[in-house]
Design a protein. Structure first.
Length: 437
């Protein structure tokens, strides 16, 4: 089986090394040896360490490489939307199989890639696009196809999980924890894609597409990052027996007109310490799947890094190579359900709201009245320490309110109305509460 590799950075280099060190085992598993016939890079002379390949295989012309007749499988480790999309569409339409780790492209325009694969008759595999080496996507699209998945909840970004875990363990603020993550190599020099939730949103779209047999794109995912999470939020979560995680949540639901829908969202949330995801620390990933027959399933492991991601890439290479040798194609994209994506406002969730209020009689009644007018039920109210009408510090006081489950639109409208009260100095923090806390 002749392979073309696009990109030879952290992941691509590790793919080359694993192909070399495991060549005999891989050939035995597939039934034929694997040979790299070309590696497309931007700069041929760049130092990539001691790679076990002939320097003659390197090229700067990726498009020419994927068009070559002697290429059976294209492995894409470049990332980004363009020019990767053009290369992969060209390869798939020509009947080549493609293995990619490109979550951004799959979330942005996965439908085009699936259509090109169907047109050319090759396979499109992308296990490495979500959660690194964790075997997750293939179970969703193959092992659980006899079941009905109802909900997928996951921690799918190692950088943000490291930051939130550090804040929980040390009491550090966001900026301090981000600095530590950067120093240790968990965060990029520009961490925007991670801390603002873009990376997790792309992965959430891929998970939802597979779980609910519906094309879901990144634009369909409600996204919030962790930059507004404070040390005070972490303390408040601990007081409730919770911890804070950046969650991707994809779930089936029913619209007001009775139609089945799917909702997909990424945001920080408090979850109880008893939830299986609460103990996932450091830069690890985990995904919690709920299905009608199988029940609750947990997938856990390292979600990033050269070696874990390369492991997932090679697993896909083995699968598509076996298919080509057997003259068969894997099951095509399953998007038959075509469920509408419901807006975030219809999501059922709970809010944890921290208020700075004036310390005088009648404040609690005024605040409770706002919740009542928006049909939001209050579960608990916790007051800050000190004396006075509400329990506070001089003229100010703290109120922490946790709601019962309500539509997100009603909860958001409640928060907007609270900001308009003359007795509310500020809405210090708003976090969702998930997992039955």
């Amino acid at each position: 089986m002749r392979l073309a590799l696009l990109g030879c950075g952290t992941v691509g280099s590790e793919v080359v090394r694993l192909l070399h060190t495991q060549s005999a085992d891989l050939a035995a598993r597939i039934g034929a040896p694997l040979e790299i016939v070309g590696i497309a890079v931007r700069r041929i002379g760049r130092d990539r360490g001691e790679l076990p390949v002939d320097p003659a295989v390197f090229t700067t012309d990726a498009l020419d490489l994927v068009k070559r007749d002697d290429v059976d499988v294209v492995i894409e480790c470049v990332g980004g939307i363009e020019p990767a999309r053009g290369w992969l569409v060209e390869a798939l339409r020509a009947g080549k199989s493609v293995v990619t780790a490109n979550k951004a492209l799959l979330a942005e325009d996965g439908g085009t890639l699936h259509d090109a694969a169907a047109e050319g008759g090759g396979d499109l595999y992308y296990e490495a696009a979500v959660a690194g080496a964790i075997p997750l996507l293939r179970p969703l699209r193959e092992s659980l196809h006899g079941d009905r998945i109802t909900r997928v909840t996951g921690i799918v970004n190692g950088t943000t999980n490291f930051i939130l875990s550090a804040m929980d363990a040390t009491g550090a603020g966001f900026a301090e924890a981000l600095e530590e993550a950067t120093d240790l190599g968990y965060a990029e020099a520009d961490p925007t894609a991670d801390v603002e939730g873009f990376d997790a949103a792309a992965k959430a779209a891929i998970l939802a597409s597979l779980a609910f047999h519906t094309r879901v794109g990144a634009a369909d995912v409600h996204r919030e990052g962790i930059t507004e999470v404070t040390a005070a939020d972490v303390i408040s979560a601990k007081a409730m027996g919770c911890t804070i995680k950046l969650l991707c949540i994809a779930a089936r639901g029913v619209a007001a007109d009775g139609r089945e829908t799917v909702g997909v969202r990424v945001h920080p949330a408090m979850i109880p310490l008893t939830h299986p995801l609460a103990s996932v620390g450091d830069a690890f990933n985990a995904v919690f799947v709920e299905a009608e027959a199988a029940g609750q399933l947990m997938f856990y492991g390292r979600g990033a890094g050269g070696a874990p991601t390369a492991s997932a890439v090679l697993g896909d290479v083995v699968a598509v190579s076996r298919n080509r040798l057997a003259g068969v194609r894997a099951a095509s994209e399953s998007a038959y359900a075509d469920l509408p994506v419901r807006p975030m406002g219809e999501a059922l969730t709970r809010y944890h709201i921290s208020l700075d209020v004036t310390d005088r009689p009648g404040v609690l009644a005024a605040v409770a009245g706002v919740f009542a007018r928006h049909d939001v039920s209050i579960a608990t109210v916790r007051q800050g320490s000190g004396g006075g009408g509400v329990a506070g510090r001089g003229e100010d006081a703290d109120l922490v309110i946790v709601t019962h489950v309500a539509p997100d639109a009603a909860l958001a409208a409640t928060v907007r109305a609270l900001r308009g009260l003359d007795t509310v100095r500020s809405v210090a923090s708003v976090l969702r509460v998930e997992g039955g806390a």
